[in-house]
Design a protein around this ligand. Structure first.
Ligand code: CDP
Length: 258
């Protein structure tokens, strides 16, 4: 593990050169996996995350089915090789907790009533971890759900705020996460409805409200990147589809047999 740095902020810059309200760089690819109904690969700083969605599909065992809605299942998993010290494969207290809160973060936005007796299964695989994997996983899952065509009120976007050297900072990196004074992951809709808020550490009431504002600016930026990634994927697909149709329409009769 890295050593605790003496200072986290020097001349207004953080250890990785960011300002206090700056996000780490984010890269998004939608539809990475052929076999999933929806998928997304997301890099956020040093995090590398893969999200896959299957469903709506018949839920087994049948006694777990709900007559009036679909059941959303969420599995967050860290690959053994995703961190410095190898992780024992299989569920841990931490991964069970993250899976639960992540599932709950989607409950208010997914239209589960449309698909009774089914399950919508979300898998988040952390290939490389570098602080904020739950927020990165939720952002990727949000896009994978959209890619699967699951009806939702909208995307959710996630970002953490923390406190280091007595100052609030957006989107914690590893050292800030490990040794900071507070860590507050927040998930919200584009309209600002909070679907998950957790807090580790200490903030005063005044700091808490300021942290929430800062988290909102982070989530807004993430939302914009998510939206752009969806537009890019689907406008490309749409253009390709239109071109195919155009070529089919334009082909002279009899060509289909050749
Ligand atoms: O990832 P997130 O911040 O949502 O969760 P955390 O439990 O606060 O973990 C913070 C960071 O510690 C992770 O992102 C990983 O980089 C690291 N970690 C680790 O090195 N080994 C673990 N077994 C768990 C977490």
């Amino acid at each position: 593990m890295n050593e605790k740095p003496e200072h986290f902020i020097v001349d207004g810059k953080r250890l990785d050169g960011r300002r206090v309200d700056e996000l780490r760089s984010i890269k998004i690819e939608i539809g990475t996996l052929d076999r999933a109904d929806g998928s997304c690969y997301l890099e956020w700083g040093n995090n590398k995350i893969l999200a896959a969605v299957y469903g709506p599909r018949e839920l087994h065992p049948r006694h777990r089915q709900k007559m009036t809605r679909s059941v959303v299942q969420f599995r967050y998993n860290m690959a053994s090789f995703s961190v410095d010290e190898r992780i024992r494969p299989g569920p841990s207290r931490r991964s069970i907790e993250i899976s639960k809160v992540s599932r709950e973060a989607f409950e208010p936005v997914v239209f589960t009533k449309f698909f009774p007796k089914t399950s919508i299964d979300v898998f988040v695989e952390v290939l490389q971890a570098g602080a904020g994997t739950r927020t990165a996983g939720i952002n990727a899952a949000s896009l994978a759900l959209a890619d699967a065509g699951i009806p939702m009120r909208g995307l959710v976007s996630a970002c953490a705020v923390g406190k280091v050297d007595g100052e609030l900072v957006l989107d914690l990196m590893k050292e800030e996460d490990n040794y900071g004074e507070a860590d507050m992951p927040v998930v919200m809709t584009a309209g600002g409805q909070i679907t998950l808020l957790q807090m580790d550490g200490h903030l005063t009431t005044e700091e808490f409200y300021r942290a929430l504002e800062l988290a909102k600016t982070g989530c807004d930026k993430v939302y914009e990147l998510q939206r752009q990634a969806l537009i890019k994927k689907y406008s490309e697909e749409y253009t390709a589809e239109i071109e195919d149709e155009y070529i089919e329409d334009a082909a002279p009769e009899g060509d289909a047999d050749e």
